[in-house]
Design a binder for this molecule. Structure first.
Ligand code: SF4
Length: 64
């Protein structure tokens, strides 16, 4: 299967300068190992804090 990184980049909301942008398989492995979720699980505003912890995601999710 061909990597669709350029297509993925169009949907990526991550504002952090990172070489995994568009490489979703690497991105999720990186964050999962740290007990985190990728930027695309967060709103534009929340993503910019770079706190990608599962705890933060749950806090935000329970507010809505
Ligand atoms: S979510 Fe994390 S790994 Fe993915 S592109 Fe952004 S900073 Fe990189």
């Amino acid at each position: 299967m061909e990597c669709k990184s350029s297509e993925n980049k169009k949907d990526c909301n991550c504002s952090y300068p990172c070489n995994k942008k568009g490489f979703c398989c690497e991105c999720i492995i990186y964050h999962r190992k740290r007990g985190e979720l990728p930027a695309c699980y967060f709103s534009e505003e929340a993503e910019k804090t770079y706190d990608r912890s599962i705890e933060k995601f749950i806090r935000l999710y329970n507010k809505n």
